[in-house]
Design a protein around this ligand. Structure first.
Ligand code: FE2
Length: 139
């Protein structure tokens, strides 16, 4: 099972967002670990629900900042967030039905971890570069 860890190459240069990304990565890694180590349905359910809650919190915070700063590609970015939310929701349903199956482990690897790393490294970086160029009080 792949694992995900924060490293400085993922920094978008805004402390608040980097901190939220670190937390999001930690939550996702907790889920990956719970499944990998067969920690049992209760542990997986808890980590999955923490990840879902934190994802909602973080995406809403990002979207709120983009809206406030009139980021021109907000709709596009929002659709990317929606994609991640949808997969999380479907994993939750799969987990309810089949438990911590190899399918779940596979989806976490192939989708969530890869998606988040790419998203932070590309789409989010683009957002924060733009917002930085407009508002140098962001840090
Ligand atoms: Fe984002």
């Amino acid at each position: 099972m792949a694992r995900i860890q924060w490293d400085d190459s993922l920094s978008v240069g805004v402390g608040l967002i980097d901190d939220q990304h670190k937390q999001l990565i930690r939550r996702l890694d907790d889920l990956a670990r719970a499944v990998e180590e067969n920690q049992g349905p209760k542990a997986v359910a808890t980590t999955l629900s923490f990840l879902t809650d934190y994802t909602h919190f973080h995406f809403s915070a990002e979207e709120g900042l983009m809206l406030a700063q009139e980021y021109p590609r907000l709709d596009e970015h929002r659709a990317l967030h929606e994609e991640f939310r949808t997969v999380l929701k479907s994993l939750d349903v799969d987990f309810e039905t089949d438990g911590a199956s190899t399918f779940l482990a596979d989806q976490i690897n192939r989708f969530l971890i890869t998606w988040l790393t790419n998203h932070i490294g590309k789409a989010d970086r683009e957002v924060w570069q733009f917002l930085h160029s407009r508002n140098n009080t962001l840090q």
